[in-house]
Design a protein around this ligand. Structure first.
Ligand SMILES: Nc1ncnc2c1ncn2[C@@H]1O[C@H](COP(=O)(O)OP(=O)(O)OP(=O)(O)O)[C@@H](O)[C@H]1O
Ligand SMILES: [Mg+2]
Length: 461
């Protein structure tokens, strides 16, 4: 940067101050007669020229020094000037540069600390929002931005979370009395639903800090997504309700028949025979339901442990077909089995996979139109796995039902399933077994045409 000229006034004043002692000495010499007028004038002129030069250089150095100190607060450290005409100023400049380097180091470490604090906050899996005394957002983490979208700082909390209960809880946390002390509790929790899609259940944990942080943060709001937990709770409650409901019907039937057999039908041998047949059916239904429930719970218990045996799927499928042949014949359904030559062995549990294919082929027979073909095909899928596909020519399943088909007790047509002796747990068991095998279950269905259920399992190398 070019040096700016020293202001004239300062230059004149500095010259006057520097010249004053010499001129007083010259004047004294002249008045006492020790110096003649002409030499005195020549000396005065000489001194004035030299002083003017020195003062100009000195003031120039001072200006450079001032500029250097001024520039120390810049991002980059300025170059230290050569101040040969003002050695003391040069020392001052060195001291100022050392001081400024210390500040820079401290600032860098403070910046580092702030960055680490933000990194930690950003690393939290749950959304976090910090608000100041006026309920304005001061800081958020990445999870909060992902949940709420970009959250502008300095905006009131209500601009991103409008839930009245949450805002009231934050307000009560920040409320102060006439003496400036907080009047409310220093932590609380609020549950609410975040509008979707998809709608989410959230619990907000609120904490007031013991004193405001440097950035003004005074209250922290941490949101915890409880949707999955809530869904699991609902599913558990639904499951118990469904299981009880499924058992209630045959129990009520049995109780009714016992009542009838004890009363009006006591001496009616024909009715007794008929009722006992129905009662046996109901008891069988309950037994199947309890068996299925127990199996489901057993599979769930060890779902985390993946089976590691090598099994022959061809043998599993033939075993299942032997079991179901009679049922198929009774509905005039023909089963075709097509196993690819050289089918690799699969990794799995023989008994559990027997149950899987028994359920799928049983469904295919049950829901197929009479006198149609159920096709069971098995082969390598070309990606290190083996597949088994069970296709029927039944009424198919409307697409809206497909996502929920593997839920416990979920049926497309409850009355029909019950009438066919189904518990509605078959596909839930299939899904859990397939999950335990880390396999895949794909369901394709065309209403009016039929359905294909495909299970993919890892092949043994
Ligand atoms: N191949 C299929 N074709 C048409 N609908 C099917 C087929 N397989 C399953 N479904 C539908 O899915 C529902 C759930 O099947 P799932 O096997 O879980 O129960 P279920 O067969 O009724 O009873 P369970 O298998 O416990 O005896 C059935 O009730 C039926 O509505
Ligand atoms: Mg079934």
């Amino acid at each position: 940067m070019a040096d700016r000229p020293v202001p004239l006034r300062r230059y004149l004043v500095a010259n006057a101050v520097a010249l004053a002692p010499s001129y007083v000495a010259l004047a004294t010499l002249y008045w006492t007669g020790a110096l003649a007028g002409r030499p005195a004038l020549i000396a005065a002129a000489g001194i004035a020229v030299v002083t003017a030069l020195l003062v100009q250089r000195y003031l120039g150095s001072l200006a450079q020094f001032a500029r250097f100190v001024g520039n120390l607060s810049d991002e980059r450290e300025p170059v230290m000037p050569r101040l040969s005409f003002a050695p003391a100023t040069e020392e001052l400049a060195t001291a100022a540069a050392t001081l400024s380097a210390g500040w820079r180091r401290q600032r860098a470490s403070i910046d580092n600390l702030a960055a680490s604090a933000q990194a930690i906050v950003d690393g939290l899996p749950d959304p976090l929002i910090a608000v100041d005394r006026q309920r304005r957002i001061v800081r958020t983490n990445l999870a909060a931005a992902a949940l709420l979208g970009p959250v502008g700082a300095e905006r009131d909390l209500s601009t991103v979370l409008r839930h009245p209960q949450l805002l009231a809880a934050v307000d009560s946390l920040l409320e102060t009395g006439a003496d400036g002390n907080f009047t409310g509790v220093d932590q609380s929790a609020v549950e609410f639903a975040l509008a979707g899609p998809p709608e989410r259940d959230v619990i907000a944990q609120l904490r007031r800090l013991s004193r405001a942080a440097a950035d003004g943060s005074l209250a922290l709001i941490v949101l915890h997504d409880t949707t999955a937990q809530r869904r699991a709770e609902r599913m558990r409650a639904d499951f118990v309700a469904n299981a009880s409901h499924e058992l209630k019907t045959p129990i009520a039937g049995l109780a009714g028949f016992i009542e009838t057999l004890r009363g009006p039908a006591r001496d009616d041998a024909g009715a007794r025979e008929r009722f006992l047949g129905i009662m046996a059916e109901q008891a069988d239904r309950m037994r199947r339901l309890v068996d299925d429930l127990l199996m489901l719970s057993r599979i769930e218990q060890h779902e985390h442990a993946r089976p590691d045996r090598e099994i022959d799927l061809d043998r599993v499928l033939r075993g299942v077909l032997d079991l179901l042949q009679l049922k198929a014949s009774s509905r005039s359904v023909r089963i075709e089995l097509a196993v690819a030559a050289g089918l690799p062995r699969a990794i799995g549990d023989h008994d559990e996979l027997t149950i899987v294919f028994q359920n799928l082929i049983d469904n295919a027979i049950k829901y197929a139109r009479p006198s149609t073909v159920v096709r069971v095909a098995a082969g390598p899928d070309g990606q290190g796995s083996v597949f088994v596909a069970v296709s029927d020519e039944g009424d198919g399943i409307p697409a809206a039902h497909l996502p929920r088909l593997t839920e416990r007790f979920y049926r497309v047509d409850t009355a029909r399933s019950r009438q066919l002796g189904g518990t509605g747990l078959g596909l839930a068991i299939v899904k859990h077994v397939v999950n335990r095998h880390r396999g895949r279950l794909d369901i394709r269905s065309t209403p009016g045409k039929g359905s294909t259920f495909t299970v993919t399992l890892s092949a043994a190398d």
